[in-house]
Design a protein around this ligand. Structure first.
Ligand code: AMP
Length: 211
């Protein structure tokens, strides 16, 4: 059987990155994430694309969406090279969802449903180990090693002000994408308020039942 094509939807802080890493390992698919791809190319010159700003960083640091043209190209390239994937962070608006439908078919569409209060708490407490890329949380999951604790960093867009804007952008642009897949009858809703291990049990079972 061909490797599955999995889409994971959810607000910023819903746990898409954590669950995508589990999915990639368990099902042997590639983790395609526009957020990571853009962070790795934050200073890329996009001025020839007729965009408002000249680099992705200027959009990202304000919590705004990077223009579709830039993101669509990243996803098209990544999906064409992947033998099975879990797509995380895309589509973020209906135009991107239309583009995606042109690029590929989907076997499973997961939606991690998390309350707004919990999202804010998760995002503002999130910390990153710049050496390993591991993600921690000041309250839910602090590192045991004081050396690791000492080098943790906060993502530039995880400050309270930018988080509020990212959630506003999500509600305005991405909630219609969730509704779109729901209307198509393909959305698999997962209770994302649970602990990561419990969410993973539900995610794994849903994928196994769908492919
Ligand atoms: P994330 O790591 O998924 O939270 O993404 C971080 C930031 O990257 C977002 O706030 C956007 O500025 C940008 N970004 C990621 N994915 C997309 C996308 N599909 N469309 C537009 N901008 C995106």
């Amino acid at each position: 059987m061909a490797q599955p094509h999995i889409l994971i939807l959810g607000a910023p802080g819903a746990g898409k990155g954590t669950q995508s890493a589990n999915i990639a390992e368990e099902f042997g698919v590639e983790h395609v994430t526009t957020g990571d791809a853009l962070r790795a190319n934050k200073e890329m010159d996009i001025s020839d694309m007729d965009t408002e700003y000249d680099t992705p960083a200027e959009y990202m640091d304000q919590g705004e969406l990077v223009p579709d043209e830039v993101v669509n190209a990243i996803v098209d390239e990544a999906l064409s090279q992947a033998n099975g994937y879990v797509l995380d962070g895309y589509p973020r608006n209906l135009e991107q969802a239309e583009e995606l439908a042109e690029m590929t078919d989907l076997d499973v569409v997961l939606y991690l449903d998390v309350s707004e209060e919990e999202l804010v708490h998760r995002l503002t407490g999130r910390r990153l180990d710049p050496e390993t890329g591991d993600i921690y949380h000041v309250e839910y999951n602090p590192p045991e090693d004081p050396e690791v604790e000492g080098r943790l960093e906060q993502r530039e867009d995880d400050t309270e002000e930018t988080v509020t804007e990212r959630l506003r952008v999500y509600r305005e642009n991405t909630e219609p994408v969730v509704e779109h897949y729901d209307d198509e009858g393909v959305l698999e809703r997962i209770d994302g308020d649970q602990a990561p291990e419990e969410v993973w049990e539900d995610v794994k079972e849903t994928i196994e039942d769908s492919v």
